[in-house]
Design a protein around this ligand. Structure first.
Ligand code: DX5
Ligand code: ZN
Length: 225
């Protein structure tokens, strides 16, 4: 598995949850220039997860600051009434949690209808089986390696096995599906996630630690452990 992972292109998606919120536009420009592949935008509603972050208006205000992919992670319930607003705000990928509502396939259709890529996120306690009926309809699987709601938490090692099983499954499919890992990614855990099969790493704390002068070296070190 490690030989395969070495040839896989690794993308880094800094989560702006760990940025300086008083100067978000400048932070987004800084991580863009520092080599971020995607901008990961964590939307929390204080209902699906026990924290509140920001919504479509903040995302819209950040859109002019970068041309990078906006990777929008919705930790909200319900999802469907807000899909259009996030798409119009500039989302390129919209990822949701299947527990957010009773009709996850309808949510997939709603995201697709807006022209966005579709991601589905699995909490640490969510089995991969929920993907079985929908794997052919999605573009990305986001494996949570923390319980969602907060940055700066510790990586849950037991999820590596899940990442490995998803990588084997995805490799058997005819269509490319991204395997993204989110939560507790740092210089120690990034190599484990990559070896298990991830090709996109979300990193909040580890990207922004040390401030703008080291964003570039942080991103490079996360990408090439
Ligand atoms: C957690 C969020 C993550 C988080 C990552 O609910 O989905 O994206 O901000 O933060 P770090 O990298 O600090 O664990
Ligand atoms: Zn996230």
């Amino acid at each position: 598995m490690s030989q395969v992972s070495k040839s896989r292109e690794i993308k880094i998606a800094p989560s702006i949850l760990a940025a300086d919120f008083s100067r978000l536009g400048a932070e987004v420009r800084a991580i863009d220039e520092a080599g971020a592949d995607y901008i990961h935008l964590d939307v929390m509603d204080g209902h699906f997860v026990p924290n509140i972050s920001f919504g479509p208006s903040v995302i819209k205000s950040l859109r002019p600051h970068t041309d990078k992919i906006f990777d929008v992670h919705l930790m909200i319930a319900p999802v469907d009434p807000f899909v259009e607003a996030f798409a119009e705000a500039g989302a390129n990928i919209i990822t949701f949690h299947p527990e957010a509502g009773p009709h996850c396939h309808r949510t997939i259709q709603a995201i697709r209808a807006q022209g966005c890529k579709v991601g589905v996120s699995l909490n640490p306690g969510t089995p991969i089986d929920v993907l079985e009926p929908i794997i052919g309809d999605i573009d990305l699987v986001l494996v949570m390696t923390v319980n969602p709601g907060f940055g700066g938490q510790g990586f849950i090692d037991s999820q590596l096995n899940k990442i490995g099983r998803l990588r084997e499954w995805i490799d058997q499919l005819e269509r490319d599906i991204d395997l993204e890992v989110d939560g507790g990614i740092n210089f120690d855990t990034a190599p484990k996630a990559i070896a298990a099969g991830a090709n996109i790493l979300v990193a909040g704390t580890a990207t922004f630690a040390g401030g703008p002068p080291v964003y570039g070296s942080n991103i490079t070190r996360l990408r090439t452990p």
